[in-house]
Ligand binder design. Sequence first.
Ligand code: G1P
Length: 319
Amino acid sequence: MEHKRKVVYTLVLLLTLSLQAMGNHMKITKAVVPAAGLGTRFLPYTKAIPKEMLPILEKPSIQLIVEEGIASGITEFDIIANADKPELEHHFSHNERLETILEDKGKLDLIESINTIIDTVQFNFIPQPEPLGLGHAVLQAKNAIGDEYFGIFLPDEIMIGDVPALAQLIAVAEKYNASVIGVLEVPHEKVSSYGIVAIKEELEDGVFEIDHLVEKPKLDQAPSNYALAGRYVLSPRIFASLENTKPGAGNEIQLTDGISNMMHNGERVIAYVMKTNRYDVGTPLGWIQANIEVAMHHPKFGPVVKELCEKLLRYSYKL
Ligand code: G1P
C-alpha cells in the first residue's frame, strides 16, 4: 500500500513538473539597458557625467533600474554604453580600495545595496560603435541575448509602484505567450515625443491587441495617446527585424519600427498599461519629481521631506 502511494505521488509530481515546464517555457532572465545616449535634455550636468548616474537620493538612477529588474527575476543585464561612460561599469564592479577603508571603519553597510547586486547578478557592457538610434543600440545585444525572450529597460524611465513594472509585463507575456510593450497614457499634446500605439481591441482591462505602432507621430496623426514608456518584453525575433529596419523618425533606427516589422512577420505583440508612477529622469523636472516621491517613501527621510514640502507650500511660496 505504502509503495503504491509513493508511485502515485511520484507520477503526480512528474506530471506537475512537466506541466510547469510547458507553461514556463518563456522564462525571462535577461534584460537590455540601452545607456548610450548623450543626455542632451539635462545639460550642462551631463557634459561630464552620464545621465544614468544622476542621484535618486543616494543611488544613481541606473541602480533603481537594476533593482526593478532583480525584483522581476532578471539575473543578467546587458548594458549598452559607449566608451565615454566608464562610470557605469565602475558602479557595477567591486571597489576593493573603498571596501578595505569602509571595512576598517565598520561602515561596509554604506555600499551593501550595490555590493549585493554585484554579487548576485551578471553585467555585460556592450559598446554601441555609432549612435544610430535606440533600435541599433538594442541590436548590439543580439549575441548576449541569444534565443530567449528578454526585457528592455529605457533607463530614463523610473517606475515606482507596488509591483515592479517589468514583472507586470512578464506576467502578461507569459499569459499570452507573446511580446509585450508597456504603455502609459500621455497628454495629447505630448504624443509627438513618443512611440504611440494604435489599438485594435481591448483583451482585458488595460491589455490591448495592437493594430500598429508609430514613432513620434504628429499630433493630428497620432492613433491614440497610449505611449511606449520604457519597458518591453520582446521575442528574440526582434534582432532579425532590427537588422532589416531602415532609419525612421529622426533618421535613426527605431526600436518601435523594429517591433512593427516583427509584428508584420507574425509575432504577436500586446500593449499593457503599466500600473505604476513614472518619471522621466532624463529631464530636470522628472528627476526632481522622482526624488521627491522616493524621499517621501523613505523610512528615515519621508516624514522630514513631507514636513518640508508642506511648510514651503504654506509659507514660502504664495502663488
Ligand atoms: C524612446 C522610444 C519611444 C518611447 C520613448 C519613451 O524615445 O523611441 O518610442 O516612447 O523612448 O521614453 P526617446 O525618448 O529616446 O526619443
